[in-house]
Design a binder for this molecule. Structure first.
Ligand SMILES: Cc1cc2nc3c(=O)[nH]c(=O)nc-3n(C[C@H](O)[C@H](O)[C@H](O)COP(=O)(O)OP(=O)(O)OC[C@H]3O[C@@H](n4cnc5c(N)ncnc54)[C@H](O)[C@@H]3O)c2cc1C
Length: 393
């Protein structure tokens, strides 16, 4: 039987970061992963450039049944700590938008950095490990694979969520939590495109590829970003963000022209160009293909703007700023960036990430019920929760 101080299950962002910290403390640390290489999600994240953190990251950017849980870890290992590490390795990066930091070259820079940190600290990594069983007796965990059994004092579960099953995602982290009697909250796909109802698909799939700045609102939460029409439904950052707050059956309220006071704009156009047709005027604000589609849907009649009398301008402005879609569902884990829900934070210490009723068992990263917005927040949670667990495991 191989003996370790710490075994970490999952060589993703959280698992590697925890292992590095544990090994720096002199703990004999092993990371097990079912894949052929470490950091597979990091490699494909941010379109291959890894949006590794966000300069504005704060607890307000996270969803969790207990919104206070993430505060401790996020304040003890901050975005500035991770940025300092990236700078120490000379990795070139830039802010793309809204505080989102991306590598200039490749996400591989981040994985190489983690590998070097593992090597420096003396972390062992075993890949293509198919874990068959985990047991606990007399204060010791035993992790069994077809090849061998290994024992450890601290077991860290960093198996991630369910998104991208073809990249090795499994429900094993949730199963382990349940095996040890910990509550697991219902999970669902998040940061995910939303799909059309059949009737909307027939109408809108023709304009797939059209993108525009909007605000997307569901359940009193609003995100101002771009929205993209696709063959299957709606996507783009505004939709991915709001998908985390959208529940099946909810309506989505879209402001198609959020960048100005639409009523004032239309009144001004009416004064300046009374003879101009609405299609021409609206095409100054919205993509032409969308305007044609809205005309086809009878959202407006293509008449000179002077014909809009009384409250007609306000009604048109309202219909464009409160356009309602009722999505059918989401594209699911196949394309989702993250999994909402997971190991109930009430079961864990926010200071150490250790299970309150199971000494030596830790849960970190996406497997925990803490889910960030789009924009580098999820990696920041992985680094921060991994770092704090690494100080204690
Ligand atoms: C396409 C895509 C792009 C993304 N882009 C970004 C981005 O740019 N910025 C951002 O902040 N977030 C991004 N995310 C989210 C981010 O990747 C995750 O939140 C983050 O990777 C979670 O880290 P983790 O270590 O908890 O889990 P993971 O990175 O998922 O790592 C878990 C590891 O555990 C392994 N594993 C699972 N089950 C087992 C098992 N039974 N036995 C052994 N090993 C197992 C997996 O193979 C994996 O290597 C993206 C996600 C996706 C899918």
């Amino acid at each position: 039987m191989q003996q370790w101080d710490v075994i970490v299950i999952g060589a993703g962002a959280a698992g590697l970061f925890c292992a590095i910290e544990a090994a720096k403390r002199g703990r004999k640390t092993l990371v097990l992963d079912n894949g052929k290489r470490i950091g597979r999600k990091i490699l494909m994240s941010g379109g291959g450039r890894c949006n590794f953190t966000n300069i504005y990251a704060s607890p307000a950017n996270y969803l969790s049944q207990n919104p206070h849980f993430c505060k401790s870890a996020l304040s003890r290992y901050t975005q500035w700590d991770f940025i300092a590490l990236v700078q120490q390795y000379g990795i070139a990066y830039h802010e793309k938008t809204l505080g989102q930091l991306f590598c200039d070259d490749s996400a591989k820079d981040i994985v190489d950095m983690l590998q070097q940190e593992c090597d420096k600290a003396g972390v062992s990594i075993a890949l293509q490990q198919d874990i068959q069983n985990v047991s606990f007796a007399d204060g010791v965990y035993t992790v069994t694979t077809p090849q061998l059994s290994r024992s450890c004092q601290s077991l860290v579960v960093a198996c991630g969520g369910l998104s991208l099953p073809n990249l090795g995602a499994t429900a094993y982290g949730f199963q382990l939590a349940e095996q040890f009697g910990l509550n697991v909250l219902p999970v669902r796909a998040a940061l995910v495109p939303l799909t059309w109802q059949p009737a909307d698909k027939a109408v809108f799939e023709e304009i797939s590829g059209v993108s525009l700045p909007v605000t997307a609102q569901a359940n009193d939460v609003v995100f101002p970003e771009d929205m993209l029409f696709t063959h299957r439904g709606l996507s783009g950052p505004a939709i991915l963000q709001i998908s985390s707050y959208w529940q099946p059956g909810d309506e989505l309220i879209i402001n198609l022209a959020p960048q100005q006071d639409l009523n004032a704009f239309l009144l001004e156009q009416q004064q300046k160009h009374p003879e101009q047709e609405l299609k021409t005027i609206l095409s100054r604000l919205l993509p032409k293909r969308l305007v044609e589609k809205l005309l086809e849907l009878n959202l407006f009649q293509n008449q000179p703007i002077k014909a809009l009398q009384g409250k007609a301008i306000q009604r048109l402005a309202d219909s464009l700023t409160h356009y309602v879609f009722k999505p059918n569902g989401t594209e699911g884990y196949r394309t989702a960036e993250v999994t909402l829900g997971g190991v109930d934070t009430n079961e864990l210490s926010s200071k150490t990430m250790e299970a309150k009723k199971q000494p030596g068992l830790y849960f970190i990263g996406e497997v925990v019920d803490v889910t960030g917005w789009l924009g580098g927040y999820n990696f920041q949670w992985a680094w921060a929760s991994g770092w704090v667990a690494g100080q204690y495991c």
